[in-house]
Design a protein around this ligand. Structure first.
Ligand code: WT7
Length: 662
């Protein structure tokens, strides 16, 4: 380029679509040495001692990686530690009076609750004493069905302190979903909440919890947090215990953190898969905690003096890893916001960044698309200059949304990390290191150092740059899930069978398959294209089509159903249901409403179908498989291409007529 150089972002991204991280960021970044990639590759798996070294261990581990029984890998074996000690106690000397959790309720006329590390330590000890008093012992699974209230991370850390794994169920899930998870985990304890605020209204939650408990096949003791006070006089069952009253009985109590084996379970998290039954992903104390702590430091650039904000819900893995365990282990201030980004107005997020001088913001593409729709005037009204880094997670982000975030939130002065990972990976896997690599809007980046990630074809051979293929992870990593709870067989089947020689004892013959499609460019940057299994991603929330279909088939009058994800401008994907009624006729408005209600009851409002199309038949291949691809094209209004492989090609016209008539 001759003459005056155009430094505008448009010009820079147009030139090969690459952006250097801002110099002001690099100067102070936690990781700046590009040599880290070679260093970790050459020194694998010992490189991961660097992650373990960020933690305090009660006793040292003997082995970094035990890969003698793939795919049941073990990390930091022989080591002992406690997650609550690492997230809280060890910061008391230096940071006892600094804020650990800055909790912001949705109502603006209510005082926020902020906890210093010393206060958090008190709360966690008392909650741990209270849970123990109820009978919770080491290895008992405690379920939490709670919205974004401070008692949620406190209860999680209290469990970690006494060695009781938690299983947090997203508060937006239905009563049925709660019951399924409590039954699957044999969980005899529940911590729940009376309700919470959403867009100014007090929403009751306790009734949903009680409904769920009615379907749990064993006795449950439940502890109820009072969030709404006088706004909601919640009923208590005979077995319910009031959280505050219970904790008050233990004022001043100290509970020694239990030394847990590195491989002991820290928590379970249920997530959706191809079949109707949710998968209980098991994460461990040593490997998981090392992973989220190291990635918080290396990727989110968290420093103790930061006010770091991840806007996810703790009911999902993002909140576990990057609101609670990662940031607190580093002794920083973590922000927790109860409500929605558009209450009382569409600038709430920016108001919070401005008021609390937030240094990082980690959010989801679906939120960014909503901000874009609302308009740049909302962030522009606030001083966002405290921000140093932006992150996104949960689904692919297109270059347009990426650039909007970079420009209107980051002021072109903050690196954006597009982080690919999953519930199963525990923490981030593919992303640029913000102080090292250039950014390419739309591509997550290279795999993190020490990871062996590839994009392959159906037979496991690497695809050429630019071609679509499947993502694989060819070496274990500390944060990986260890198994599916009490179901080793399904663990092997779901994640390893596709690309591994499952008879082999040689770890080189084992490959993890995340079930995502991807492409890779000449620089090794990976663009993740989305799920290749029957999982759809609605606003960054992972839903199984089978779960939704079985909910629909459970509705009286329905004979068969197929659910697909269609494109949606804000949610990313939306649920579209194609339904055959028992009399093969149009079910009408009444049945449509019962179907929608059926899905909300079985899973929750997030799974609510955007459209319900009644059709006399579903498109099937000659072997009888539903052609989902075709239904997706119909949902998206796309060109259908060839339908000659169908057993019943005429059905396509019928369905299209039904879609148009809807
Ligand atoms: C699925 C995992 C990671 C925590 C939140 C979701 C999709 C996640 C990205 C990204 C493209 C992404 C994948 C993945 N996904 N991050 N940066 N770019 N896709 O966790 O509920 O386990 O869902 O989310 O499809 O498999 P999850």
């Amino acid at each position: 380029m001759s003459g005056e150089t155009d430094h505008s972002m448009e010009a820079r991204t147009a030139q090969g679509d690459e952006l250097e991280p801002p110099a002001s960021f690099v100067e102070q970044a936690n990781v700046t040495d590009p040599g880290i990639y070679d260093e970790f590759a050459e020194n694998w798996p010992e490189c991961w001692e660097q992650a373990a070294d960020l933690l305090d261990w009660d006793s040292d581990y003997d082995t970094v990686l035990d890969d003698s029984n793939p795919p049941f890998y073990e990390w930091f074996t022989g080591g002992e530690l406690n997650a609550s000690y690492n997230a809280v106690d060890r910061h008391l000397d230096e940071r006892g009076d600094e804020t650990a959790i800055e909790w912001i309720g949705e109502p603006t006329d209510e005082a926020n609750r902020s906890y210093t590390y010393r206060e958090l330590h008190r709360e966690v000890n008392e909650a741990a004493a209270a849970l123990r008093d109820l009978g919770v012992g080491e290895d008992d699974v405690v379920t939490m069905y709670m919205p974004m209230v401070p008692e949620l991370p406190i209860a999680m850390l209290a469990c970690a302190r006494i060695g009781a794994p938690h299983s947090v169920v997203f508060a937006g899930f239905s009563a049925d979903a709660l019951a399924t998870r409590m039954n699957a985990a044999d969980s005899e304890y529940l911590v729940t909440c009376d309700g919470y605020y959403r867009r100014g209204d007090a929403l009751e939650h306790k009734a949903k919890a009680d409904d769920g408990l009615a379907s749990v096949d064993h006795d449950v003791t439940s502890v109820v947090v009072d969030r709404l006070g006088d706004d909601y006089d919640h009923p208590m069952r005979d077995d319910d215990v009031d959280y505050d009253a219970l904790v008050d009985e233990h004022t001043g109590a100290d509970v020694d953190p239990v030394s847990r084996d590195a491989e002991d379970m820290l928590f379970l998290m249920y997530t959706s898969g191809t079949t109707g039954e949710p998968k209980g992903v098991k994460h461990t104390t040593g490997g998981y905690l090392s992973w989220v702590t190291w990635t918080s430091q290396a990727v989110l650039d968290v420093k103790p003096e930061d006010t770091y904000w991840c806007s996810a819900d703790i009911g999902w893995i993002t909140g576990h890893s990057y609101i609670v365990y990662g940031p607190l282990s580093l002794g920083t201030t973590t922000v927790m916001y109860e409500g929605t980004p558009d209450y009382p107005d569409k600038d709430r997020m920016w108001e919070i960044v401005d008021e609390y001088e937030t240094t990082q913001l980690y959010t989801a593409p679906t939120a960014i698309r909503a901000f874009m729709k609302w308009g740049e005037q909302y962030p522009a009204e606030h001083d966002l200059s405290s921000l140093r880094l932006l992150g996104t997670v949960g689904e692919p982000i297109n270059p347009k949304a990426w650039k909007w975030y970079y420009e209107h939130v980051g002021g072109e002065d903050c690196p954006v990390v597009d982080t690919w990972w999953q519930t199963e990976t525990g923490g981030m896997m593919i992303t640029t290191l913000p102080g090292v690599g250039e950014m390419k809007p739309g591509a997550a980046g290279p795999p993190l150092p020490g990871l062996d990630v590839n994009v392959v074809d159906g037979s496991g051979q690497p695809v050429d740059a630019g071609d679509a293929g499947y993502l694989t992870v060819d070496r274990p990593w500390p944060g990986m899930l260890r198994t599916l709870y009490q179901n080793d067989e399904r663990y092997v089947q779901e994640y390893w069978a596709e690309y591994s020689d499952t008879d082999s004892d040689d770890p080189d013959d084992w490959t993890y398959f995340p079930e995502d499609g991807a492409k890779i460019d000449d620089d090794g940057y990976i663009t993740v294209l989305g799920r290749v299994d029957d999982v759809i991603n609605v606003s960054g929330h992972r839903l199984g089509t089978m779960e939704i279909e079985s909910a629909i088939v459970g509705v009286e009058g329905v004979a068969e159903a197929a659910v697909v994800g269609g494109n949606h401008p804000v949610k990313g994907e939306a649920v579209h249901a194609f339904v055959i009624t028992e009399d093969h006729a149009d079910g009408g408005e009444e049945l449509r409403e019962r179907i929608i209600q059926g899905v909300e009851d079985a899973i929750g409002p997030i799974a609510r179908p955007e459209s319900v199309v009644f059709t006399p038949e579903l498109p099937k291949t000659r072997s009888g498989k539903i052609m989902r691809r075709l239904l997706e094209d119909i949902a998206n209004g796309d060109d259908l291409g060839t339908t000659s492989t169908l057993r019943n090609p005429d059905v396509v016209d019928d369905i299209q007529a039904a879609v148009e008539g809807e």
